[in-house]
Design a protein around this ligand. Structure first.
Ligand SMILES: [Zn+2]
Length: 79
């Protein structure tokens, strides 16, 4: 399979062969497709630079079948 880019890339990039990649599989149900999902981290007003509560979305991918977020995509917890 040959894929031609529609327009030249601005930065020279190393070509990635799709055959060198591996599919991420849901470790809970074995599903191959993922949907975009968000963790929302709430920032306490006491810790916020603005003194106001803030909601910080962190984009992750969740299994399209069972909704599990792969462990390797979990935002790191400093606890
Ligand atoms: Zn799953």
């Amino acid at each position: 399979m040959t894929v031609k880019p529609m327009k030249p890339l601005k930065k020279p990039q190393k070509q990635v062969n799709i055959e060198d990649t591996e599919s991420l599989v849901c470790d809970a149900c074995g599903n191959y497709t993922f949907i975009k999902s968000y963790f929302i981290r709430r920032l306490s007003p006491l810790m916020s630079p603005t003194g106001q509560e803030a909601m910080i979305p962190i984009e992750v991918f969740a299994c399209g079948n069972c909704g599990k977020v792969p462990d390797k995509m979990m935002p790191t917890n400093d606890s």
